[in-house]
Write a protein of this length. Structure first.
Length: 281
């Protein structure tokens, strides 16, 4: 994990204001087309993209570029075409214009816009907006996390056996990957109270941030746009973000584990029984 940088509060608030406005604009496009027929394309066997994804990404990048023309971008749909750019020290926006595209296609209301800003490789502003449920999660580094402008905190659950765990199946459908995922879930179900899959990595992270979930992990998700904003919101809400092996969280690694402030150690121990959690794919 990059060492957190100090950015003046005035700058953070300016960044956040622009990100929130961009998220609301994209959210209105998502909301207005939520119940309409979808033009669905495939990036993989079960990895979907719609015209709404592309429209929202273009809208977000245009809005942010107008305010901060020197800033860089790592967006999901642009990366699907040209590959994921490396993260530098330059101010870089990591954008998922529609996290939960399969949910969107099926009119399942767990979709969101995710916008994170990294400065010197440290995420300093995060916005996750579910326009269907009208939930706006925001955070600025060092200034706490909010849901619709009200402070949020991760749960106080200290017993992993009473914890609610979130995870995802992912989009790979080869036998080895599916077998590993299901074996891991079967193992963890004996450690926690129950398990949920929302279909959105970003919403799972903010779910831990506001105490709806106690734990979350996912390995092999799409890219940094899935976790940049949510990881900051979680940390600012008193939660913890780390690699499933127990090491430091790397926003570019496509591996994340998350907990409230009490369950990291038992969660890492539970994941340690799984070879995939320790770096094998």
């Amino acid at each position: 994990m990059a060492t957190p940088v100090v950015v003046a509060e005035r700058e953070l608030r300016e960044y956040l204001q622009v990100a929130v406005a961009a998220a609301r604009q994209a959210g209105e496009v998502i909301r207005s087309s939520f119940h309409a027929p979808k033009d669905v394309q495939h990036k993989g066997k079960v990895d979907l993209v719609t015209e709404t994804d592309k429209q929202c990404e273009a809208l977000i990048l245009q809005h942010i570029s107008a305010a901060f023309p020197s800033h860089k971008f790592i967006g999901e749909e642009a990366s699907a075409v040209g590959g994921t750019a490396g993260l530098t020290d330059d101010p870089t926006w990591m954008v998922d214009p529609l996290d939960g595209t399969t949910n969107f296609v099926h009119r399942y209301p767990f979709v969101c816009v995710s916008i994170g800003l990294a400065v010197s490789k440290s995420v300093v502003v995060g916005v996750v907006f579910n326009p269907i449920l009208n939930e706006m999660f925001t955070a600025m580094r060092g200034h706490g996390a909010m849901l619709n402008d009200q402070p949020i905190r991760a749960s106080s659950q200290a017993d992993i056996g009473s914890a609610l765990l979130g995870t995802e199946i992912g989009t790979k459908r080869d036998s080895a990957t599916v077998g590993g995922i299901t074996a891991r879930i079967a193992h963890l179900l004996f450690k926690v109270r129950s398990l949920r899959m929302s279909g959105s990595c970003a919403l799972n992270l903010v779910g831990v941030a506001c105490g709806r979930l106690d734990l979350f992990y996912e390995i092999g998700f799409g890219g940094p746009w899935d976790v940049a904003a949510g990881s900051l919101i979680l940390e600012e809400a008193g939660g913890l973000c780390f690699d499933p092996s127990g090491g430091p969280f790397d926003v570019m690694a496509c591996r994340v584990a998350a907990s409230n402030g009490h369950l990291r150690t038992p969660f890492v121990e539970a994941l340690a029984c799984d070879a995939i959690a320790n770096g094998q794919t």
